[in-house]
Write a new protein. Structure first.
Length: 388
């Protein structure tokens, strides 16, 4: 099939209707307004990528309250979001307001488990900033609680819902590029190169790997600190508080079904030569480069008369989707449709948990010097002192 044949059909395949203005709409939305709340903690940093604003300008949702432990941050949030009420303690807010929807907006993943769990326990569906949790054990607890209460968790891996990614997925499924052979993922490789980059930004790449290749089967890895192999003594925390990290260089290999091989690299020395943070999908009849971001930019390289040419792919969507407001609207719309239908959202808690597990698999493989199988047997953080 030709690429242009997908452009007319892939938007419908995305499962989200879009108004001419570019805003998604809920299929069959009820007139009843759902109660929503936002949890933040600006005393430790900003809200993550606009997740405090995801309920704004929606006629089907009423923002009843926000919670922020920092008084100045709370005042700024009230002025911007104009909730009916505000609280210093998110637990008090949840108990009093009993919202249907909660946005867990802090960038700091070490707070996510407690915040998400508290929201689930009052019966709320949750949209959470990434990374979802700091360990597989935390993710297990949240997924079990959500399943028991039949609640839906969405996590802000918005790239997988971009229109260009949806079109690419359909094109690959139809065989446009041939057989998928290899995935090559790269972190941002900036001052955070290594373990910090892998957890803060790499989870987007791991999420995309699974979107195209399915669940990984195993992992091998090297993680270096100042050109030597890491040990548990190298574990540290970073500004974004995403749990323990280690290393300034990461080189990992993943095995996927069907002979597909994947890699993830984060090394500051490669920033200039590798280029943009993203993922390459190498097929038998072409290569696709996803430059990660909001929106992602896609390029296709195919052999033409003995020379390689990189050409934009589905670039017609870039201008319309070039902000987090649009990306978050698609995330929320997909989440709401999943709630209404009793299905899992595309950016599900389960998918986000797998991204965290792939990070932990890299550390486990690097520390042990052996191939590690998925799912991981040990659910604690491999860098923790009590992980042995």
């Amino acid at each position: 099939m030709k690429r242009r044949q997908f452009l007319g059909t892939a938007t419908a395949a995305a499962g989200v209707s879009v108004l001419a203005s570019g805003w998604p709409i809920v299929a069959g939305a009820s007139d009843a307004r759902m109660k929503a709340a936002v949890i933040g903690h600006t005393g430790r940093g900003d809200y993550g990528h606009g997740l405090d604003e995801i309920f704004q300008e929606r006629s089907d949702i009423q923002l009843v309250a926000i919670a922020d432990a920092d008084a100045e941050g709370r005042a700024r949030a009230v002025a911007k979001l104009k909730p009916a009420r505000s609280y210093a303690d998110y637990r008090e807010m949840l108990e009093r307001e009993r919202p249907t929807l909660v946005s867990v907006a802090p960038r700091h993943a070490d707070q996510h488990r407690d915040m998400v769990l508290a929201a689930l326990r009052v019966g709320a569906h949750v949209c959470c900033e990434k990374p979802f949790t700091t360990t597989p054990a935390e993710a297990d607890q949240l997924l079990e609680e959500a399943a028991r209460r039949r609640l839906r968790i969405a996590v802000a891996h918005q790239i997988r819902l971009a229109q260009a990614i949806v079109i690419l997925k359909d094109s690959i499924a139809a065989g446009l590029f041939g057989r998928l052979i290899e995935l090559r993922g790269y972190g941002k490789q900036d001052s955070r190169a290594g373990g910090e980059d892998m957890m803060v930004l790499g989870t987007h790449i791991f999420d995309l790997m699974r979107l195209f290749a399915g669940d990984p089967m195993s992992c091998t890895a090297r993680v270096l600190w100042k050109e030597r192999e890491i040990t548990r003594a190298d574990a540290r925390t970073v500004q974004d508080q995403v749990g323990l990290v280690a290393g300034d260089e990461v080189m990992a290999q993943f095995a996927f079904a069907g002979g597909v091989q994947g890699s993830f690299t984060s090394r500051a020395a490669l920033r200039e030569t590798v280029g943009a943070w993203g993922l390459e999908l190498i097929h038998s009849r072409g290569v696709v480069r996803i430059n990660a971001g909001i929106p992602p930019r896609l390029f296709v390289r195919q052999r033409v008369e003995w020379r390689d040419e990189w050409r934009p792919f589905a670039s017609e969507f870039e201008a319309r989707e070039a902000n987090f407001t649009y990306a978050n609207a698609r995330l929320v719309e997909d989440w709401l449709q999943a709630i209404a239908k009793g299905t899992e959202p595309a950016c599900s808690g389960r998918n986000a948990a797998w991204a965290v597990e792939m990070v932990m698999g890299i550390y486990e493989a690097a520390l042990s010097g052996r191939r590690v199988a998925f799912p991981l047997t040990r659910r604690a953080h491999p860098l923790a002192a009590d992980a042995l």
